[in-house]
Write a protein that binds this ligand. Structure first.
Ligand code: HEM
Length: 456
């Protein structure tokens, strides 16, 4: 895009001019949780509402967010409805743990996500990216949403266990995919469950999945323990087996290692695949931006990357990834439930209140952004870690529970996107409108066809 050209305004659900009535709100929410917002949400920084007897508070004020996610975080937990479908996948790992267990786990896992550790995983990301290019070779019309899904799963399995999702371990990948498309989808029972174990009679498929899933992950870990003499695989499992509690020196038990591995898989693959999809989609709308990125990555080819510092040769590519996560945040909402009454931004809330901190709303908020709906990657120039420096930007969450895998995800996404752009010119080959839909992640409503043409 030259300096005078207008920025692209990519698709997003309609913003309602006035607050919706309760029946309309319910209908719109069932249709798309990103399509139920009214203009006031993008202008004001706090709003309380009671719908069907359920109290909720939308907080976009930076001090209010800090209060909920940090200062008074002991008063807030993830709501049962959001935990239930994830538990069979993630067990008692970091994502779903609560205090005081959470603190111990976070301390033990932190060394596995330092820049030095992420750097040691770069060859796994390169292998996953090269695998994607091989699968795309010879094709002209491709479903990149599915391709990035496979690649992100492949990358995280390689980084965790040094195995590929697509070369011989299809069982593991298929298991996760089938769960997410089947029993892992949230149900009405999740919405009304008073405890995590309620309505056990509808949980059979989830329990069966968990048994098979945990057995599969256990088998990989047992195999690695059996080969303990050969400990240097350069993967996350090595780091988890070596992790020690800083206070007691105790290692993680087998069940804990398994739950952390399962958690990384859950937290790491769909989120990253969405960033790759939305970035590519935006680049297919903005051909000039795509050309600019290709020049950047061709000048410093992805297969030559050996350190995290090498990724700094692609500043514009990083800005595009950050802007894609602003416009289409992979995690569209961070839900918390109040354990007791509280006051947030001067608004009194009761026990049980659902607190919405919505990256979707925040990232398009008029208070924080110039031309919020426009694709303008340059807004992130000179901002290496905007998820920390910018109050209106939180794709990785915030406070002490901020995503532990942010560095991992950005390194992986940079390498995969750079590898694809270095090889192919990508354009949209589909007349249907691509609309973001809210769920656990921000998904496209359809998986559009893209045309790819070899450029190198
Ligand atoms: C672009 C990709 C990613 C995005 C947008 C993302 C986003 C997030 C967000 C928003 C949270 C906070 C959730 C909340 O507070 O309710 C979170 C937590 C977490 N993420 Fe990520 N994530 C990504 C990739 C990854 C990867 C690759 C891993 C691991 C390999 C990972 C592991 C985790 C874990 C373990 C937590 C829980 C942290 C805690 O509670 O202490 N994430 N992520």
């Amino acid at each position: 895009m030259d300096a005078l050209a207008r920025p692209i305004i990519p698709p997003a659900p309609f913003v309602h001019p006035d607050e919706l009535s309760t029946p309309r709100l319910v209908i719109e929410t069932l249709r798309n949780t990103l399509g139920n917002w009214s203009q006031v949400a993008f202008d004001e920084v706090v709003g309380r509402r009671v719908v069907l007897g359920i109290e909720s508070l939308l907080v976009s004020d930076p001090d209010g967010i800090r209060h909920v996610m940090q200062t008074n975080m002991a008063n807030y937990v993830r709501p049962i409805a959001t935990v239930r479908p994830l538990r069979p996948l993630a067990g008692a790992g970091l994502l779903l743990s609560e205090q005081p267990e959470w603190k111990r786990q976070r301390r033990m896992l932190a060394p596995a996500f330092t820049p030095g550790s992420v750097e040691s995983l770069l060859p796994h990301f390169q292998a996953a990216a090269e695998g994607l290019v091989r699968r795309l070779e010879g094709q002209t019309r491709v479903n990149l949403s599915a391709a990035f899904h496979d690649t992100a799963l492949d990358a995280v399995l390689r980084a965790l266990f040094s195995i590929s999702a697509l070369e011989g371990r299809g069982d593991l990948a298929g298991l996760v995919r089938d769960y997410m498309a089947g029993p892992g989808r949230p149900t009405i029972f999740d919405g009304f469950a008073p405890t995590e174990g309620s309505f056990a009679f509808v949980g059979g498929a989830r329990r069966r999945f968990q048994t098979r899933w945990f057995a599969a992950v256990d088998a990989i870990i047992a195999g690695r323990r059996a080969a303990s003499a050969d400990r240097d695989h350069g993967d996350l499992l090595d780091l988890l087996l070596a992790a020690r509690d800083p206070e007691t020196g105790a290692p993680l038990s087998d069940a804990e290692v398994r739950d952390q591995c399962a958690t990384m898989l859950l937290a790491g693959f769909e989120t990253t695949s969405r960033v790759l999809f939305w970035s590519t989609y935006l680049l297919s709308l903005d051909a000039a931006e795509q050309t600019r990125l290709r020049q950047e990555v061709v000048a410093c080819p992805p297969d030559g990357v050996t350190t995290l510092a090498d990724l700094q040769h692609w500043p514009r590519l990083r800005q595009v990834l950050l802007e894609a996560m602003r416009l289409y945040p992979p995690v569209p909402v961070l839900m918390r439930q109040a354990l007791g009454p509280d006051t947030v931004c001067g608004v009194a809330i009761g026990k049980g209140c659902l607190v919405w901190i919505s990256p979707w709303v925040l990232h398009r908020h008029n208070r924080f952004w110039d031309q919020p709906t426009a694709f303008m990657p340059g807004r992130f120039a000179g901002k290496p870690t905007p998820w920390i420096s910018e109050p209106g930007y939180m794709p990785f969450g915030g406070g002490p529970r901020i995503c532990i895998g942010a560095g991992f995800a950005l390194a992986e996404a940079s390498i995969v996107l750079a590898t694809v752009l270095a090889k192919f010119e990508i354009s949209l080959d589909d007349d249907r409108t691509v609309m973001p839909v809210g769920g656990v992640t921000t998904a496209p409503n359809i998986e559009p066809w893209f045309r790819i043409e070899r450029v190198a």
